[in-house]
Design a protein. Sequence first.
Length: 364
Amino acid sequence: MSSEPHYHNADLKFSDADIPSGRIAWRSPSNIALVKYWGKKPVQIPQNPSISFTLSKSYSETEVAYSPAVSETLEMEFYFDGQRNPAFEEKTASFFAGLSGIFPFVNQLKFVVHSKNTFPHSAGIASSASGMSVLAMILCDMERQLFGTLQKEDDFRRKVSYVARLGSGSACRSVYGGLIIWGETDGVTGTSDYYGFPVNEGIHEVFTDYQDTILLVDAGEKKVSSRVGHGLMNGNPFAAERFRQARANLTDLLSALHTGDTETFIRITESEALTLHAMMMTSQPYFLLMKPNTLQIIERIFAFREKTSLPVSFSLDAGPNVHMLYPAAIKTEIRQFVKNELLPLLSPLGFIVDEVGKGPEKIL
Ligand code: DP6
């Protein structure tokens, strides 16, 4: 069993005369889980391991300007899309404050944060994954630059992932490119409940350039927050069986990812998506997060697959939008399918053509 890394470090503090100013910016992507994380224990420990594809074009871009705080307490202004955003400000300030044992220097600084997403936030595209992972990248990069620690890339990424997890579970998987497991997994050395672990070695080429067309059925606010949703698993009568199933699915999916077995990939990813929604439908209170057009799209994907035998499947997050997953080799056919059959079912925001990406990027 992997033990928890210890990141509390009282030395990561500036002497009073030496509190610096500067700016730092990163871009970090969202991810789509193939085996879902749904249900957790304190503190941010998943009930089952999950695996995701890191995306490429759906990302958060965040710049943090820091300067000496006026008092010995964390100060923050948060601007989203150029507008001061009190909700994000509170969320981010409390995330930073909760990290003061790991990064004692946060209490000595004033932060001015500017952030934006390339996709509509709170629409069931995991905006917390990109939003929290980018903040974790920035904090660890500040530590690395200002204190000279975390010089080894592996150590750096592992700490970023650990910190991102504390902000949002799925965020710990966005810290690397490709396929990432979060949660201790039988037979996969290196996996941990505390951080994400990339599993890109030996993946069959059909899965290395996988595409994700995100069909925006409804880009409104989420009906149920992830925090509430995870909490509902505590009283869900099917929870224990679900956690067992997720473990079995992860083992079978990993083997399909290695052999290039798209049939098994389709069966597992679709079942995972429907099971996630089934869990929400069987919780108390219950939630129905699909919209009529979500079902229409799923049925059209089934029919298209039946007719063409092309390996296209769907996934869902905790919302109504559909992630259509397929290998790059069938891009042209899928583009036609979207245009001919799916466009009328989408919200005015349409769709985002995304694909497996390389992970976060430093921009300043
Ligand atoms: C349905 O990571 O958003 O997207 O840890 O409470 O922030 P918190 O939850 P979050 O949950 C994501 C759930 C999911 C499935 C997944 O990404 O694995």
